[in-house]
Write a protein that binds this ligand. Structure first.
Ligand SMILES: [Zn+2]
Length: 171
């Protein structure tokens, strides 16, 4: 799939021809989104199925991205697939009525910034609070600090040199 972070779509023509536009974006190019991620690595895949609805160009935009967030409970990375599907209508101005069940995107329908729409969708798909889900290992910070200090192989190894020293002093 071509990468096209600066591409502007002519949704009038694309809708008239019932075109399906598929693009791949680097997450690193989404400055607002990257602020919320643990790493900027990865891509977002977008597919927009265009058609004319109610006399204006419209599109079903599907967005999917594998992201790494920071768990707010244990501060370790957690995987989260962001996914969304939305019905958009590209209208000339705020006053132009959008077809029912469509979100109006005001602006020049011949110059639609797909990357901006994809980033908006991903931002809306972020969990309100990022916390490891069921089946993931999530260790709250408090027990990460207190746990491990009193037990485990590291403290046993600390004891052993003294045991060895006692043995040496006996002889
Ligand atoms: Zn966690």
């Amino acid at each position: 799939m071509p990468q096209a972070s600066q591409e502007l779509l002519d949704t009038l023509n694309l809708a008239a021809a019932a075109t399906v536009v598929e693009r791949e974006f680097r997450l690193a190019d989404f400055a607002r989104l990257v602020d919320r991620l643990a790493t900027a690595d990865g891509v977002a895949v977008a597919r927009m199925t265009l058609r004319t609805a109610g006399g204006v160009p419209a599109g079903e935009l599907e967005v999917c991205a594998e992201t790494l967030l920071t768990c707010e409970r244990c501060l370790r990375p957690m995987r989260r697939t962001l996914r969304s599907t939305s019905q958009l209508a590209f209208v000339e101005s705020e006053d132009t009525p959008a077809p029912a069940d469509h979100e109006a995107i005001p602006g020049d329908p011949r110059r639609v910034n797909l990357a901006g729409l994809v980033e908006d969708e991903l931002l809306l798909s972020l969990p309100l609070i990022a916390i490891h889900g069921k089946g993931d290992e999530c260790i709250p910070l408090a027990s990460q600090v207190s746990g491990g200090a009193g037990e485990g192989p590291s403290s046993q190894e600390r004891r052993r040199p003294f045991a060895g020293l006692k043995e040496l002093l006996k002889h």
